[in-house]
Write a protein that binds this ligand. Structure first.
Ligand code: G6P
Length: 373
């Protein structure tokens, strides 16, 4: 009912507006004196000290959260991380042993593909940890350890606030594992990251305040678009995939996400005059070189007539001469930028679907929780 939507036009509009809270609530009670403290993992250090490999398994949007997590987990823990779609996992005889930690990610905790992969991993001796948004769901019950996301109930079929909560939980897990394994003995690096993380909810709120109307206007103009491409690099790459998935799910538009560096190896053939391309521009503070490469990708597609919509941090003027539109995100620790860059893409997909008169909460053919394999 309208009351449940709290005055919003859809559950999705409400849930996107709750993205700052989803992050803040997932952090709540898990940070103390600049350290990450995850009470659910108390006394479980052994789970992390003996790990030589992490495999993240999930489906859909949750798998993209996993891809973001890979960058942070490897950087902080130095443990190799693979991310796999749950349904691709178990029929290929994966290498699993007691030194493997399988981290599953699921909003519902009931996705059958993910559940079966967790059970399979466990039977073959791997350790399992579940990141889940639903208390007492099946996947956490089948796992050795649980880290709950606290996004609150998500009603719209396509996942939004749960996604930012999942990424947040992965950051917390990464910092936790790193500390257990003796990283940053002084603790200063950890507390710097923690401070940066705690600043994220306010920055998401700022994007919602400052950019929402402009993005809605843009979506309105683009209501007849038949195809949209998304480019990203490093942690922006999974966000490009998520931006494309949301547009398919909500607006039934053909959309594809690419790693920006892959452009010249194929996708650039798709660029023709008028083709809209979203580009998630990495912070020059992450790597001046990487930033420059993405800007030159923008130049290349622009030269072929693409209509470029850049998502770039405040103050990044290098993109201005080549972008048709620039959507701004506040400055943040580069590893945490996915939590910001995804917000305009969620708003865009929702607004475009709305402009087409579609039901954003209940897209055709989709189910919130897929409990069949
Ligand atoms: C369905 C939903 C997606 C979701 C995926 C995984 O396909 O439509 O929005 O990302 O399931 O769901 P889970 O509950 O496991 O996160």
């Amino acid at each position: 009912s309208a009351a449940d939507k709290g005055g919003w036009s859809s559950f999705m509009a409400k849930e996107v507006s709750e993205e700052p809270d989803a992050v803040a609530n997932t952090l709540r009670g898990r940070v103390r004196d600049g350290h990450v403290v995850i009470p659910e993992l108390d006394g479980m250090d052994e789970l992390f000290t003996n790990v030589s490999r992490i495999i993240v398994i999930a489906c859909g949007t949750a798998a993209y959260a996993g891809l973001v997590g890979k960058y942070a987990l490897e950087q902080w823990t130095r443990i190799p991380v693979d991310v796999e779609l749950a349904h691709e996992f178990r029929y290929r005889d994966p290498v699993l042993d007691p030194g493997t930690l399988v981290v599953s990610i699921s909003q519902s905790g009931e996705t059958m593909d993910t559940l079966m992969a967790v059970k399979y991993a466990r039977e073959r001796g791997a350790k399992t940890l579940s990141i889940c948004n639903t208390q007492g769901a099946t996947i956490p019950r089948e796992s050795d350890a649980i880290v709950y996301t606290h996004a609150g109930p998500e009603v719209a079929v396509a996942s939004t606030k749960a996604f930012v909560a999942q990424i947040t939980a992965l950051y917390l897990l990464g910092l936790h594992i790193a500390r257990v394994r003796g990283w940053a003995r002084s603790g200063t690096e950890e507390s710097m990251q923690v401070l940066e993380l705690e600043a994220i909810p306010g920055k998401i709120a700022r994007i919602l305040e400052r950019e929402q109307e402009r993005i809605e206007q843009l979506a309105h103009w683009m209501a007849d678009t038949r195809s949209v491409l998304f480019l990203g690099r490093h942690v922006g790459y999974p966000i490009a995939l998520e931006g494309a998935l949301k547009l398919k799910e909500l607006a039934y538009i053909h959309a594809e996400g690419f790693a920006a560096g892959e452009l010249k190896h194929g996708p650039i053939a798709l660029i023709e005059p008028g083709q809209p391309v979203f580009v998630i521009v990495p912070s020059p503070r992450a790597s001046a070189d990487m930033h420059k490469k993405v800007v030159s990708s923008i130049q290349e597609i622009r030269a072929r007539g693409a209509r470029v919509i850049a998502i770039a941090e405040e103050g990044d003027v290098a993109v201005l001469p080549f972008a048709d539109e620039v959507l701004r995100i506040p400055l943040a620790e580069p590893l945490f930028e996915p939590l910001l860059a995804v917000v305009p893409l969620h708003i865009f997909a929702m607004a475009l679907a709305t402009a087409k008169g579609l039901d954003v909460d209940q897209p055709r053919n989709l189910a919130k929780s897929v409990t069949v394999e």
